[in-house]
Write a protein that binds this ligand. Sequence first.
Ligand SMILES: Nc1nc2c(ncn2[C@@H]2O[C@H](COP(=O)(O)OP(=O)(O)OP(=O)(O)O)[C@@H](O)[C@H]2O)c(=O)[nH]1
Ligand SMILES: [Mg+2]
Length: 358
Amino acid sequence: METGIIGLKQSGKSTIFNILTNNFQDHFPGKKEKKVGIATVFDERIKFLSEIYKPKKTTYAQIEYVDMPGVKEGDMKESFFTSSLRNVDALMNVVQAFETEMISHPSGSINVLRDIENLELELIFSDLFQIEKRLERIEKDLKKIKDKDLEREHELLKKFKEFLSQEKPLRNIELSENDEKLIRGYTFLSIKPILHIININESDLDRIKDPVKFFELEEYAKNPRTRIMTICAKIEEEIAQLPPEDRKLFMEDLGIEKPAKDRLIRENYSLLGLISFFTVGEDEVKAWTIKKGTIAKKAAGEIHTDIEKGFIRAEVVKFEDFKKYKSMQKIKELGLMKLEGKEYVVEDGDIINFRFNV
Ligand SMILES: Nc1nc2c(ncn2[C@@H]2O[C@H](COP(=O)(O)OP(=O)(O)OP(=O)(O)O)[C@@H](O)[C@H]2O)c(=O)[nH]1
Ligand SMILES: [Mg+2]
């Protein structure tokens, strides 16, 4: 799973990318290139399981991040942006709400709502541009041939165009599975779920408890495929680079409970509609990533296609039960291990052992 980090120039994208991927080498300010890195989705539950099993290897879930250069008006239409963001599953828009003497906002003043609106518009214009080009072609083709799928695509794109023309992002539209298939080949940007990260001043950490209210973002917060969070990237960068033993004191001084990094990655994970199931053993304790709603047989396929093909049953233990009894033997005795069939919908925190035939 991949998330693209976008936003206006100098909003703190690379700082956040570095925090997420634990890489403090370089910032590439202003450079027109993308950078890719991997973040670990920290999970208390995996830590716990690992402490009990003491496996040779402990594997957390991961999210890939793509750090993009800053955008200005019209950039999002460019093929550099559309092709770099083609494969990302979600967008993270970093918005500047911090002020320093060194860095001036590209629009001359700080205004979070305006920046979010403008960024959303850039995504919308990029999609409109793509749709208009495609519509022209389809209309030409439809004069020559009759094709049901092409007609449906034409209809759908016209609907999208109308929607976008009202300055609404495509992520607000509910699509049928069939329609989703039809447009899979497109790189629409406004259709991707989005996490707006508002990068605030250190001095505002205490003041801004409810960013939606504070920045008047109610319109955006309504959408289930939109999330809003604040962070002070500068402080988080410092925390991340401190030796672990100094971290606690530094955070206490600032009244910060936990680094924002894990919260941010978690939020991203859930925005992507992802959950984790676990496999445990002496060799490895591992978190596996699946989409919410995945059935046991498909989940097995994440581990190996043979396990999916030869699926017999899933032995499922709820993490909370395991946490309580700390022993699979005990869990079995208490009848807390459930045998589930291939249609069982896997839940977040399931510890699973798949039985299968090869
Ligand atoms: N005071 C303050 N400065 C910040 C904060 N976040 C980032 N900066 C500074 O802002 C400058 C730009 O940060 P970057 O992370 O490089 O921003 P960017 O969005 O990647 O910039 P471009 O890629 O050039 O668009 C750097 O000098 C950062 O140290 C913050 O929360 N507070
Ligand atoms: Mg950058």
